[in-house]
Write a protein that binds this ligand. Sequence first.
Ligand code: FAD
Length: 381
Amino acid sequence: MGKTSFRHIVIGLGGLGSAAAYWLSQRDGGDVLALEQFELGHARGESEDHSRIIRKTYHTVDYVRYAQAAYDTWAEVEAHAGEELVVKTGELNFWPEVTTLDETAFNSAMAACDVPFERLSAAEVSRRFPQFRFDDSIHAVWQPDGGLLAASKANAAHRRLAARQGAVLRDNAPVEAIRQINGGYEVRAGGQIYEGEKLILAAGPWTNRLLAHFGLSLPLVVTQEQVSYVTPLDAAPFTPERFPVWIWMIHDNYYGFPIYGANGVKIARDRFVPTTAETRSFTPDPENEAQLRGFLERHIPQAAGPLLYSKTCILTHTPDTDFVLDSLPGHPGVFCVVGANHAMKFASVIGRTLADLACTGETAQPIEAFRFGRDALRSTE
Ligand SMILES: Cc1cc2nc3c(=O)[nH]c(=O)nc-3n(C[C@H](O)[C@H](O)[C@H](O)COP(=O)(O)OP(=O)(O)OC[C@H]3O[C@@H](n4cnc5c(N)ncnc54)[C@H](O)[C@@H]3O)c2cc1C
């Protein structure tokens, strides 16, 4: 049997745990163990697809600053991995006349952080991007740094580089028990007992199962989502060089991507249908597919070709949509991260922040809003 005692044990190798394993192994090399309950790169969690949107358009200064740090961190990982992970396409945010979101908050936060952006009328959108069709009731905000993060590729890069730096990555090793011992924790997983001084819980939709080992729980909601890939009638106007990522700025929004990773544009509409990691379905919802087709026909008609495929996914939400990134109450050596439905763009900087916290107890990153004990996370039970 190999080494069983480690300085750090990461539980969960989705987007966030893979990043934590990478940044911990940068500091502590082979003193990092990472445990995944399924095979590496599996599609049962939140993080695996060709693309996720990366953007600096956020509604608070702290999020914009964290997003800026995310871009810098991805650039370091790209240099280390020797591959492109962030594809800048520019980002178009469409603001309808009536929305649940606060455009002023977004624009003020970007201005405060020197993030350039430009307001475009519907006519100006049509002139620059004739692929879109909107009437004068909408306007758009253009942010040139927005784009897509090659999610599955980035997760694989984090894991590959972590292993190269000495981290031990175990797949098919579900964590079944955690017990506090002198100087750390004993973790039972996949028929083995391991010891770790520090633990990182990065279990996404399975978070409350892990927290139960500490007598804790969070008021998280897991929802069933899906994305569809649609083959455009003509591919040329939909390459990443010509077609930006875009978001319809309202709760339950539509959003989309250029052709990347598959032979079609990607489009989705948030469903927010409550489920659990155990009961979720892998069968796409045809009603959602029909809504997407209707949106494409109305607003991006050249993209409304045949459906290539749809893919289901699950998503973990906190009540205030802010992440959890903190130590557990009463366990200063155990850190919990929850992505709260928008974390993939931040994955690497979140991993780095977790490594800072685990190794030094401190971080320079703006994570005050992500405390475990904040009011919004006090269970209502
Ligand atoms: C359809 C969709 C669209 C999205 N769009 C965007 C976007 O455009 N931009 C963006 O930034 N974010 C987006 N997100 C959100 C983002 O993808 C998630 O916030 C992020 O992937 C969360 O990663 P995670 O590592 O926390 O979770 P997961 O990827 O689910 O990873 C958790 C891992 O922990 C493992 N695990 C759990 N319990 C155990 C155990 N007991 N033992 C061992 N292993 C365990 C699981 O098997 C899993 O691999 C989107 C999500 C979805 C579903």
